[in-house]
Design a binder for this molecule. Structure first.
Ligand code: ADP
Length: 437
């Protein structure tokens, strides 16, 4: 198909040429040229007028009929319009689907601007957070969800964790809040109702706590009778001595498991930080070292201690004693006789550290992330042999979390392990300057 502009140029040339030729024949070439040029211009103006009318009268769908270049222009605009209409319909359909999908979502989603202003929210945000799309878009989220922990979470900038909060529209409900950064410093607030989950977790915790509690008394009674029988020194104990010893060992093991389960339940049930004691960590570590030397006995481990004597801690003394002793006693149990164990308590940067470093059997990398799971043992036989319950590191993890701390583990098989407790330095008490001493 020929280029419409070339056809139009031909047409114009032919008209003007013809006008000039006819004008020359009748002796008035300029006049005829002017008349034809005016007519040509009028035709263009007329089509421009039709284009303008057609464009504004949207009801009229099809373009006006025209010839030449104007026919082409009308046709092209019409095609463009058709394409735009299709695209618009597609976008509208997508928008409707998006709205339906976000409305059906059980999780609340709120889009936040850089300045924490609400830009968009879905239907569940009304249900979970009591936000209203009409009046609350454009408001700051921390003015509407008023909770100190939420404000802190929003400003802290560490979005790797979730925050659990009572719902602002009904304290019976518990929400889990996540912030997902995206795009140009915007953030998505994703809020999930975890009331049911929390309830189930509480039922599980209560169940374990109750079972452990119920088992403790009968087990203590059985252990007591077994002890009496072992001490009796009569015919019965001569005949059943070995069995009684075994029964005693097993009942002691069961009592330890029950005690550890109860400790774990207590730690799980209460998540308020235990900041009531001023804990003399250097003294505690010295006592634990003595106990560890006694535990090592003939194995003769070389246990060294290096502590910052002025560095004490605010926390729960009993819980911290449990944490530190667990790590040190584990080091004794999992390190060959005669080898070295080093305990170090110090402050570095913004944190306080308790390192328990041993030169023992070590742990291969795949086990390390699972060590703090309940009853996770690499070698259950060895653990049982020395009276382990498989709950020690789970207790350590929970107790540290209650102190806003964490457990870090580094290890190499055959070379030894490092178990490190990390505490935030706002728990530190400097005994060198502290007046309460
Ligand atoms: P357990 O009562 O079995 O010691 P823990 O929870 O204290 O339970 O420890 C879990 C497992 O971690 C242990 O069974 C052991 O396999 C491993 N473990 C703990 N401490 C050490 C260590 N210092 N060296 C090597 N393995 C260790």
């Amino acid at each position: 198909m020929q280029n419409p502009w070339i056809s139009e140029a031909w047409r114009g040339g032919f008209l003007l040429g013809g006008a000039w030729f006819v004008g020359w024949l009748i002796g008035r070439p300029e006049t005829l040229l002017l008349i034809v040029m005016s007519a040509y211009l009028a035709w263009h103006l007329y089509n421009l007028y039709r284009l303008e009318r057609w464009y504004h009268k949207r009801k009229r769908f099809h373009p006006p009929a025209a010839r030449g270049i104007w026919g082409e222009v009308f046709h092209n605009i019409y095609q463009l319009q058709q394409r735009n209409r299709k695209r618009k319909r597609k976008l509208a359909r997508m928008l409707t689907r998006f709205n339906e999908f976000t409305s059906a979502m059980p999780d609340a989603i709120v889009v936040l601007s850089e300045d924490d202003q609400i830009e968009w929210l879905n239907k569940a945000a009304q249900h979970h957070l009591g936000l209203h799309p009409r009046q609350d878009v454009g408001q700051r989220i921390d003015n509407l969800v008023r909770h100190p922990r939420f404000a802190n979470f929003l400003t802290r900038g560490d979005y790797s964790k979730t925050l659990e909060l009572p719902s602002p529209i009904g304290t019976q409900r518990i929400l889990s809040i996540r912030i997902v950064p995206y795009g140009d410093r915007r953030r998505l607030l994703v809020v999930r109702d975890i009331t049911r989950l929390k309830h189930l977790e509480r039922v599980r915790q209560d169940f374990i706590a109750n079972v452990s509690h119920e088992l403790r008394t009968p087990l203590t009674v059985i252990a007591g009778y077994l002890e009496n029988m072992a001490d009796a020194g009569d015919a019965c104990s001569q005949q059943w001595g070995k069995s009684i010893n075994q029964m005693q060992g097993q009942s002691r093991r069961m009592i330890r498991i029950v005690e550890d389960l109860l400790t774990l339940s207590r730690l799980e049930a209460d998540d308020t930080p235990p900041l009531h004691d001023v804990v003399a960590v250097p003294a505690i570590l010295a006592a634990i070292r003595e106990e560890a030397i006694a535990l090592s006995g003939e194995a003769g481990h070389e246990i060294t201690l290096d502590t910052d004597r002025s560095l004490w801690l605010r926390g729960g003394e009993k819980a911290l004693y449990g944490v530190f002793s667990n790590l040190v006693f584990n080091a004794v149990q999992y390190t060959p006789p005669g080898s070295a164990i080093h305990i170090q308590w110090y402050k570095k940067g913004d944190s306080l550290y308790l390192d328990v470093r041993d030169s023992g059997i070590g742990i291969s990398a795949q086990h390390i992330p699972r060590l703090t799971e309940r009853f996770y043992r690499i070698d259950p036989g060895r653990s049982r042999e020395y009276g382990g319950t498989g709950l020690g590191l789970a207790i350590v993890k929970h107790a540290l979390e209650r102190h806003a701390g964490r457990l870090e583990i580094e290890s190499r098989v055959g070379e030894g392990s490092l178990f490190r407790c990390v505490f935030p330095d706002d728990l530190a008490i400097d005994r060198a300057t502290d007046a309460t001493e």
